[in-house]
Write a protein that binds this ligand. Structure first.
Ligand SMILES: C[S@@+](CC[C@H](N)C(=O)[O-])C[C@H]1O[C@@H](n2cnc3c(N)ncnc32)[C@H](O)[C@@H]1O
Length: 284
């Protein structure tokens, strides 16, 4: 089923199922609401049903709010963001943080503030040309957010490049790590609500980098990956890049199955838990 293939009747049915799901949620009947959302998205590509499903499956504050809390808690001197788009996640940055934002097609609407430098290019081109440390006056990246191309191998290369620019106490965040279902996790986008196959990166890091702490915070809409203890000298991923890409592209979504929360290191979306995790990292 794709958006283009659903009939008018299917779309009407999906809207009606969504409205019933919303009512069930309001009545506190979570599993009934989830089941109705599922029926809705099985009839037609209806993003509002997926969004409601995400809030039911991943309750708590959305990723923008959690990102804002992380900035206020860590007060990083430096921040690097891959995938800037309209600047909504950049808006979480504090005025005292020096920022590098990378996006081939940023759409900020107004000039960025003085502490934010935007690089209008792909992240692969940026990392081939620049050293983030040098761009930051010799400082490491203290906080990073990877939210560019939604394909696993791009996010993996971003991770490798970002980790090189970090210190051991830096924090690396990654968006779209907890797919709601197989359809929204495909590499080719067939739904409006889309997380792509970034989940593969979580599986890879949790298997091949036991030296890292790798978790997914259960934020709607699609989970926020968090990595602690980066090692800027590690060559484990870079030295086997093509082999690892082939190995993880071959994995079927079914490998997540009923183990999805455990496989992706899901943690509760509660600020006390997130703060505790952040505070467990090695201090600078
Ligand atoms: C989901 S949006 C980012 C949203 C933003 N981080 C936020 O939360 O407000 C993804 C962005 O990644 C950018 N992008 C796509 N391919 C990219 C690449 N290869 N390198 C860097 N950015 C890329 C797109 O232009 C798009 O603006």
């Amino acid at each position: 089923m794709t958006a283009g293939l659903s009939s008018e009747a299917d779309q009407r049915a999906a809207r009606a199922l969504f409205r019933r799901a919303r009512l069930q949620r309001w009545l506190g009947r979570r599993s009934e609401a989830l089941a109705l959302c599922r029926q809705a998205v099985d009839r037609a590509d209806y993003s509002r049903a997926y969004t409601l499903m995400s809030h039911l499956a991943l309750p708590g504050e959305d990723y923008f709010r959690v990102l804002g809390r992380i900035h206020r808690h860590l007060r990083p001197r430096t921040y690097l963001e891959v995938g800037v788009s309209r600047g909504e996640s950049l808006a979480c940055v504090l005025p005292g943080t020096q920022v590098l934002g990378i996006d081939p097609a940023p759409n900020l609407g107004k000039p960025p503030p003085a502490n934010v430098r935007i690089y209008r290019e792909t992240s692969d081109d940026f990392f081939a040309k620049y050293s983030p440390r040098a761009e930051l006056g010799g400082q490491p990246v203290e906080l990073a957010f990877i939210d560019g191309m939604h394909h696993f191998e791009y996010a993996l290369r971003d991770f490798i490049n970002v980790e090189r620019a970090c210190s051991g106490s830096s924090v690396i965040l990654m968006h779209d790590c907890y797919p709601l279902d197989e359809r929204t996790a495909q590499r080719e986008q067939v739904t409006g609500f889309w997380s792509g196959d970034i989940w593969r990166l979580l599986l890879l890091l949790r298997t091949h980098r036991p030296d890292l702490t790798v978790r997914t915070i259960a934020t709607p809409p699609t989970g926020l990956g968090i990595v602690l203890n980066p090692d800027p000298t590690s060559r484990v991923l870079a030295d086997r890049l093509n082999e690892l890409i082939a190995e993880y592209l071959a994995k079927d979504f079914g490998v997540l199955g009923a183990r999805k929360p455990e496989a992706l290191g899901l943690i509760e979306n509660r600020w006390a838990a997130i703060r505790g995790l952040l505070d467990s990292r090695p201090k600078p």
